[in-house]
Design a protein. Structure first.
Length: 119
């Protein structure tokens, strides 16, 4: 049998494009941001940049917290104490939980794990 013949934009195996499908230019904002308009895509792009900047600052603060925690642990250990102070950790978990709810508890536990270093 011969190959399907092309008539317009349809073939015997592929239907023609319909007017309901967005053009490549109209689909661009959705592909990059999930937005349906260029205006919304612009707002989303700007907000995402702000989130990226905030994430960079948060990561920097976490790294700073890890360094401060290492100093505390070093001083506690060299003075004969334990590396981890469980009552202090419970205070921190409570603070995060009070401020952020249940997800705050998980966040505090993750931060504490990061800041303890290798056990």
């Amino acid at each position: 049998m011969s190959a399907p013949t092309i008539t317009g934009t349809a073939t015997a195996t592929r239907p023609a494009a319909t007017a309901a499908r967005p053009t490549a230019a109209a689909a661009r904002p959705a592909a990059e941001t999930g937005a349906r308009t260029d205006e919304a895509a612009g707002v989303i792009t700007g907000a995402r940049q702000r989130i990226d900047d905030l994430d960079g600052r948060i990561i920097g603060l976490i790294q700073e917290r890890m360094a401060v925690s290492a100093v505390i642990q070093h001083e506690r250990i060299t003075s004969g104490g334990r590396r981890v102070n469980l009552s202090r950790e419970m205070e921190i978990i409570g603070h995060y939980s009070d401020q952020l709810g249940k997800p705050g508890t998980a966040l505090a536990m993750t931060l504490l794990e990061l800041c303890r270093g290798r056990i």
